[in-house]
Design a protein around this ligand. Structure first.
Ligand SMILES: C=CC1=C(C)c2cc3[nH]c(cc4nc(cc5[nH]c(cc1n2)c(C)c5CCC(=O)O)C(CCC(=O)O)=C4C)c(C)c3C=C
Ligand SMILES: [Fe+2]
Length: 387
């Protein structure tokens, strides 16, 4: 086999407080994160939302040392993976491609071309697929592939998701056992899986398999654990006014408190690295909430980071992918998105769904224009540079 590369995909996070604003702007500019009917509205709205969120978000990053550890941890995972692959007899160069901050996916792709990689494995560091995470990175890669003929000669394969991989499940179970072993009555502890949420309409209207993969994964971790503990699955990190997957973590914690739970072991389920949502949201916000709800023994299972069982699982995934028939980006985006096309794009006359959708779009546009004008003092035409 010729030169082998592994491209690790992740979301990225601001390295310093001054990066928070531009990072949030990049994130909200992504149509896979905020779905708007008019592409030209994306950037003005991203600017508006990121400007309004920056201060609050910076406060949170301040509490975890002034920036996200995601880059450092992802690079360490890359080094550990390279070493593990070498030990298994597979030499490979590892590239990190972040979606919204440095090192950007585009930078990784430029290096892959420069290094003349012949076989590439695309491995998202998200065990479960979501349109908003792996899906967004795959879509970007699809675009880069179409634009650059040099990429087209690379023999690549995509790993869409890996939430059922045995080594990964074992590594998660091991970390839970370690945490339980520090409790006086380990069988009494309630195991609380907290997954990053997504808006409910991603699952119900756009066909995102995320909720199903999270549920399967949680079930399989409990099977691997093979213990009598009760467990709960809930969703954290909701942003904006729309409904997200339920139950929300904060509500589920309060409910367990009222039911008399005393020992809670929180397991971050959709993240493989420590980042703001484990270090700040779970460790600080949810811990406080649990204390108020009467849950005095609140513990959190660490993220996998460079856990050796986990790194071996990643290496096995890479080796299996190199041996299996290659899976293309377009195949994955089609396969994972069992899309009910929403909103319907073909116009039908009368009291039809498309009429409702278009009425909704126009009303939404008017509403957004009003908010933008109220907040900035300028109308929408000013914002898009027409006045
Ligand atoms: C599986 C993981 C993730 C899913 C699903 C996801 C969806 C999702 N996220 C937002 C909004 C924000 N995410 C932010 C940061 C962030 N999110 C993830 C993971 C998932 N996001 C990571 C790894 C990070 C980076 C964390 C870091 O350490 O820097 C942020 C910024 C932080 C903040 O201001 O709270 C936002 C905003 C949406 C809207 C969404 C689904 C549509
Ligand atoms: Fe997020």
């Amino acid at each position: 086999m010729g030169r082998v590369g592994v491209l690790l995909l992740n979301l990225g996070g601001p390295d310093r407080l001054e990066d928070v604003g531009p990072f949030l702007f990049n994130l909200f500019s992504d149509p896979e994160i905020i779905r708007l009917p008019f592409p030209w509205l994306q950037r003005p709205l991203a600017w508006l939302i990121s400007s309004r969120r920056t201060k609050k978000s910076q406060e949170n990053y301040k509490q975890i040392g002034g920036g996200s550890p995601l880059r450092r941890i992802t690079e360490a995972q890359g080094e550990a993976l390279k070493e593990q692959l070498g030990a298994l007899g597979q030499e490979a160069t590892i590239y990190v491609g972040m979606r919204y901050w440095h090192p950007y996916t585009e930078e990784a792709i430029a290096k892959i071309i420069q290094d003349k990689i012949e076989h590439l494995v695309i491995l998202p560091l998200y065990p479960q697929f979501s349109i908003s995470t792996s899906g967004s990175s795959f879509r970007l890669l699809e675009k880069l592939w179409k634009e650059n003929t040099k990429l087209q000669s690379i023999n690549y394969t995509v790993i869409p998701s890996w939430h059922k991989q045995q080594g990964y499940l074992q590594a998660m179970a091991d970390l839970i056992v370690q945490e339980l072993s520090q409790i006086a009555n380990p069988d009494e502890a309630h195991i609380f899986f907290s997954a990053h949420g997504v808006p409910k309409n991603y699952v119900e209207e756009a066909g995102d398999p995320y909720e199903q993969e999270i549920e399967e994964c949680t079930y399989l971790i409990m099977q691997t654990l093979n213990r009598p503990n009760f467990y709960t699955l809930a969703y954290q990190s909701r942003v904006g006014p729309v409904e997200w997957l339920q139950p929300y973590t904060e509500d589920a914690i309060k409910e367990l408190g009222t039911k008399g739970t005393k020992d809670l072991v929180v397991v971050p389920i959709s993240f493989v690295s420590e980042h703001i949502e484990t270090l700040q949201e779970i460790d600080i916000e949810y811990r406080e909430l649990a204390e108020e709800a009467g849950i005095h023994n609140f513990r959190r299972v660490p993220a996998l980071n460079t856990n050796p069982v986990f790194i071996k699982a990643l290496a096995d995934l890479v080796i299996d992918a190199l041996e299996a028939p290659s899976l293309k980006l377009s195949q994955v985006t089609q396969m994972k998105k069992k899309v009910k096309i929403y909103p319907p794009e073909r116009w039908e006359w009368g009291m039809t769904t498309s009429a409702e959708v278009w009425n909704g779009r126009i009303a939404m546009l008017g509403f957004i224009a009003l908010i933008i004008e109220l907040v900035t003092g300028h109308g929408l035409l000013h914002m898009v540079g027409l006045l």
